[in-house]
Design a protein. Structure first.
Ligand code: CP3
Length: 335
């Protein structure tokens, strides 16, 4: 197995950048919206036949170099004893969030048993796509999971989690550690089932002051990623100017949001491979503009260790033509 995605993630020079999009199997696809009439989101996620079909939708349409399994970062809440559902217009809602230190789980159910539908999904995908396509597994990072477990719903600036930390720093640390341990097991399990690359989505951890990130989160990111037997990607938004903190997690690839200039990121990160980072809103422009802006990102990154992606997930109203122009640009590069 030596697909483009894996080679770039290892930092190698590639003849063109591999390309995939965060949230590529979501609501911007008309065929996804059709399937969602029939299946509730969590029903789709927990039914391997359905999740396989959804994961393959963008592959059939665009042939990206990476296929990210159709799932959600919050599935791991279940073995930790939290149940949740997605409310349309509101997002995820957790039934029994943490409100005081006594609510913090100190054990969790066996991840491989509780999340066996993820292993089955990856097995199915592995037998459906060829070696040239990389299978991408993922898990949420401890802060992003804790933000939901504490607030119980999406929040602006993650104030409930930050307040909880201020009041109960030791309990906050315990909660993060329990999440980190479960996540580490979950990623190893995904690799056993055929994931070629895994991404840690601690998307919200960048709202913490740098000293808190360093003290509470970075050591856990390091622990999670340390023994993973495949290339790893770390994604945290709002880390511009302190990308070195992300490199210090030991991830093979640092995924950049769109607020960072690609060439600056390269300087801050030395030889570390990078992923990203076109502004997702550029995909609403005309195809020529999309191609130009995408080529700017590719040129800023250079030929070594670059996985082309957006700076965050594809927006649900994005025209498919915009995604096509983005993917075709990556595929048209020869070097
Ligand atoms: O990149 C991928 O496609 C991988 C799968 C994935 C999804 N969500 C699929 C999904 C990943 C990695 C996520 C990340 C995620 N999910 C995060 C991390 C933060 C981030 O955005 O990077 C968080 C906090 C969640 C929890 C969650 N699940 C949210 C906030 C939502 C959106 C709710 C809404 O109403 O918009 C979901 C649902 C969800 N997860 C959808 C998809 C494709 C949309 C489901 C639908 O309505 O059909």
């Amino acid at each position: 197995m030596s697909d483009l995605l894996v080679r770039a993630a290892r930092g190698e020079r590639t003849e063109r950048p591999p390309v995939w999009l965060m949230r590529q199997a979501g609501r911007h696809l008309p065929e996804y919206r059709e399937l969602r009439v029939e299946y509730d989101f969590l029903e789709a996620v927990t039914t391997p036949e359905v999740a396989t079909e959804i994961t393959l939708l963008p592959w059939e349409r665009y042939r990206p170099d990476g296929l990210v399994m159709f799932s959600d970062i919050l599935t791991i809440l279940e073995p930790l004893g939290f149940s949740y559902h997605i409310e349309s217009g509101k997002g995820p809602v957790i039934a029994d969030p943490v409100s005081d230190p006594a609510d913090i789980p100190d054990t969790y159910e066996d991840v491989e048993t509780a999340l066996d539908y993820v292993g089955e999904l990856l097995d199915r995908l592995d037998s459906r796509v060829g070696e040239e396509t990389g299978l991408i597994g993922f898990a949420g990072g401890p802060f992003t999971l804790a933000s939901y477990a504490i607030a119980g719903h999406p929040t602006r600036n993650h104030y409930p989690a930050r307040q909880f930390k201020a009041r109960n720093p030791e309990a906050f640390r315990d909660l993060l550690e329990t999440f980190a341990e479960a996540v580490r097991e979950f990623l190893a399990y995904q690799i056993e089932h055929g994931a070629d690359v895994v991404q840690l989505f601690d998307t919200y951890a960048g709202v913490l002051p740098p000293a808190d990130y360093r003290e509470f989160i970075q050591p856990l990111h390091r622990e999670i990623l340390a023994d993973i037997d495949a290339p790893t990607i770390v994604f945290v938004r709002n880390m511009g100017g302190r990308l070195g903190q992300l490199a210090a997690t030991g991830a093979d690839v640092v995924s950049l949001d769109w607020t960072v200039e690609m060439a600056d990121a390269r300087e801050q990160l030395d030889d570390r491979a990078v992923q990203g980072n076109l502004d997702p809103s550029v995909l609403f422009a005309d195809p020529e503009t999309i191609r130009e802006r995408t080529r700017d990102v590719i040129e800023g990154a250079g030929p070594h260790g670059h996985v082309l992606n957006l700076g965050h997930g594809v927006h649900k109203d994005t025209p498919v033509e915009g995604v096509e122009a983005f993917i075709e640009t990556a595929k048209s590069i020869e070097r």
